[in-house]
Design a protein around this ligand. Structure first.
Ligand code: NDP
Length: 321
């Protein structure tokens, strides 16, 4: 596994990191979760990404991780980068979401308990809160570092302008912003419209989530909707999104991947990693075989102009669907 420096920090992140949003909840198989985490770590994936609300039920992915950590990973704590976040709806009442100091600090305390950790390596503000002064949210992140509850802090899905301001506030406080976590894939390129420029200028790292478009950019949906797939659950990835027209375009992307000697998932990951701003691609998985397949993407991050143009043409077709 190759590692890349996170912005201008001292921290190296694996090119492929593993997120626990889906398939690590209380409703999922603990044994499968354990197999995936152990198998990923054995292959050099040192970074595991969580959030307070991952499950279902909310909080249970952190509990699952805590159980596996206790069982298998305690001796390796110093080889691991564990992140969590707060920002989305987590508990009832006015203090259970968004970006207040009250919420962020209470939420991290809960996350640490669930995971059985003394500190997380990275703690994120999960989303920009338009109704809380950015000074308060960044002040809370800064306090968290000063209290030793997180080694580094980051922001997720903040638009470019708010990102710039957040970076400035954190720098002034002496607790620099390590990383931004935005969505990014061949099908979702919003970060190219201003955000990557801010991150490059400021020397902040970038770990991109849903690089496989939640599984669309894999072999999962080339001909049907497997009954154990995310789309079959019809919640975060809607079944109606998988039309015959989309499948036809996905098969065309799959052909390009085949010509590169890659699976579609591998090509989709190589494509995000090919962007020089991207530090790490943050994947999800439902089984270890998928993680192993994804890791091989790092063997070929180069694209020629013809391949890039062919991909763009198909993606343009997909955007019209
Ligand atoms: P991906 O786009 O990587 O989608 C993951 C899904 O793709 C898997 O669950 C699996 O689908 C399928 N898959 C993965 N690898 C393969 C493979 N090699 N072959 C075939 N299918 C494959 O990412 P996610 O949407 O899961 O997000 C990744 C992580 O990003 C999350 O766990 C979380 O940590 C973070 N995230 C952060 C957000 C934020 O707001 N900051 C929001 C969303 C995610 P299936 O399960 O159907 O088998």
């Amino acid at each position: 596994m190759p590692y890349k420096r996170c912005g201008r920090s001292g921290l190296l992140l694996p090119r492929i990191s593993l997120g626990l949003w889906h398939n690590f909840g209380g409703v999922d198989s603990l044994e499968n979760a354990r197999t995936m985490i152990r198998g990923a770590f054995d292959r050099g994936i040192t970074h595991f990404d969580l959030a307070n609300n991952y499950g279902p039920p909310a909080g249970s992915a952190e509990s699952t991780f805590g159980q596996i950590f206790k069982q298998d990973l305690v001796p390796y704590r110093d080889e691991l980068i564990i992140s969590s976040k707060a920002g989305y709806d987590m508990w009832p009442g006015p203090y259970g979401e968004w970006g207040s100091r009250k919420y962020l600090i209470a939420s991290l305390d809960q996350s640490l308990k669930r995971m059985g950790l003394e500190y997380v390596d990275i703690f994120y503000s999960h989303r920009f809160d338009p109704d809380t002064p950015l000074e308060e949210t960044m002040g809370a992140l800064s306090s968290i570092v000063q209290q030793g509850k997180a080694l580094y802090v980051g922001i997720s899905s903040y638009p470019p302008e708010q990102t710039k301001k957040a970076i400035e506030l954190l720098r002034k406080a002496g607790t620099p912003c390590l990383i931004h976590q935005p969505s990014y894939s061949m099908l979702n390129r919003w970060i190219e419209d201003g955000l990557t420029q801010v991150l490059d200028e400021e020397g902040v790292g970038c770990i991109v989530f849903s690089p496989l478009a939640q599984g669309l950019l894999t072999n999962r949906y080339l001909s049907d909707i497997p009954s154990d797939s995310r789309a079959s659950r019809n919640h975060f990835l809607k079944t109606e999104r998988i039309t015959n027209e989309l499948q036809q375009q996905l098969r065309a992307l799959n052909d390009i991947a085949g010509n590169r000697g890659q699976s579609l998932a591998q090509m989709a990951l190589s494509w995000v990693l090919h962007n020089p701003t991207v530090t790490s691609a943050l994947i999800g998985a439902s089984r270890l075989e998928q993680i192993i397949d994804c890791i091989a993407s790092v063997e070929n991050e180069q694209f020629d102009d013809q391949e890039l143009r062919a991909i763009d043409a198909i993606v343009a077709q997909i955007q019209t669907l």
